[in-house]
Design a protein around this ligand. Structure first.
Ligand SMILES: Cc1cc2nc3c(=O)[nH]c(=O)nc-3n(C[C@H](O)[C@H](O)[C@H](O)COP(=O)(O)O)c2cc1C
Length: 359
């Protein structure tokens, strides 16, 4: 049985403008990191335990103090109005219905305030985090932070893997480098120096250092997650510089194509962080068993990017909830079949390389 996400993506591909489908689906360079993110999960196996009472286990957890119906979150992706007329509003409703945290992209096609409002209409306790690229002028960064705070976001996710944009062949081929007329990167509206659709201001500068994290810290009380960490030394530095969590990510293979699969980066990062802060992971998570593997290797939660876009394109908010609920069913089924009675039992001892002998 192939993953139903394959058919969902195929349906999305039929519905979407090919240029926009390629923007969502594509990666940098030869798309090695993009492919390898998914493959890395196939290289590992879980050793199940038997005859343990799994009937009372709960998947509910909390991430940085925010409730989440399972250890899964929705990673930030740009420009949802390219997938569906209601854009991020439908995504927010769909994610809130699933009881999960949405990390809203700074490059959203509706404002962050509209996103949090839409999520809270579904669930008063819905939580939205705001993904941010630090801006060359700190007063612009500060205004974005204030917008997120006013909207009621409960964490900032600072993407640090983009001192330049990855070379994405599919976008170059189509000449797709800006939003179509009528769409706008709404969070950028009215900021100093922003012209056109606002898209050109979305990258971070290449001259940022750990000092800029301290400046951000001084601006806000919100917890700060660093997204795009792959090197264990950077994970250690993130802890030392006061990050509240890190997100192990290669941007879904859209930045450095020669980067490792995120799952392969996990063991060294888990060792470096040594439990001092939560470690999240995204990239290639397509099955509930992928979430279990990520958690067993030390992740506190795993993020999904593209599958949510396919759900959105095909079925709006209901399509988004459908993708997430299916992931939950698979996640819980895997835990039960592995004999896991509590999420805290997941550890590297249950993971072996496929083809290797268990010890
Ligand atoms: C179409 C698209 C747009 C994205 N936009 C952003 C963004 O605006 N900010 C960001 O930090 N990451 C962005 N990402 C990266 C995702 O947050 C995430 O790291 C990645 O999609 C996870 O991999 P997956 O798609 O295999 O689940 C984007 C990814 C995709 C596919």
């Amino acid at each position: 049985m192939t993953n139903p996400l394959v058919a969902l993506e195929q349906r999305a591909k039929e519905l979407l403008d090919p240029v926009h489908y390629d923007f969502f689906a594509g990666g940098a360079g030869d798309e090695v990191a993009l492919t390898d993110n998914e493959q890395a999960f196939r290289r590992l196996a879980l050793l199940p335990r038997v005859l343990r009472d799994t009937s009372r286990r709960s998947s509910a957890t909390n991430l940085l103090g925010d409730p989440s119906s399972m250890p899964v979150f929705v990673s930030p992706t740009a420009f949802h109005k390219l997938a569906h007329a209601e854009g991020e509003l439908a995504t927010a409703r769909g994610v809130a219905s699933a009881g999960l945290i949405l990390i809203a992209s700074m490059a959203a096609t509706v404002t962050i305030g509209e996103i949090t409002t839409a999520a809270r209409k579904v669930d008063r306790d819905a939580r939205v985090w705001f993904q941010l690229y630090l801006q060359p002028e700190s007063k612009v960064t500060e205004e974005l932070v204030r917008r997120a705070e006013r909207a009621g976001c409960t964490a900032l996710v600072v993407t640090v893997d983009s001192p330049a944009l990855g070379r994405r062949g599919r976008d170059d081929y189509h000449g797709f480098h800006d939003l179509p007329a009528g769409l706008y990167a709404e969070n950028m509206r009215g900021l100093p120096g922003v012209t056109g659709s606002g898209v050109r201001r979305i990258e971070m500068s290449s001259d940022f250092t750990w000092d800029h994290l301290h400046r951000l810290r001084a601006m806000t009380q919100l917890p700060v997650v660093l997204k795009g960490i792959l090197h264990p030394e950077d994970a250690r530095l993130a802890v030392e510089h006061g990050a509240d969590a890190i997100l192990v990510s290669n941007h879904g293979g859209r930045q450095l194509d020669i980067a490792p699969a995120t799952l392969d980066a996990m063991p060294a990062i888990t060792a470096a962080v040594a439990g001092r802060i939560p470690v999240f992971l995204d990239g290639g998570v397509r099955r509930g068993s992928d979430v279990v593997l990520a958690l067993a290797l030390g992740a506190t939660a795993a993020g999904v990017g593209r599958p949510v876009l396919w759900g959105l394109a095909v079925g709006g908010d209901k399509g988004v909830t459908g993708v997430l609920d299916n992931l939950r069913t698979e996640f819980e089924n895997t835990l039960t079949l592995c004999g896991v009675t509590a999420l805290s039992e997941l550890d590297p001892g249950m993971v072996i390389a496929r083809g290797a002998a268990a010890r």
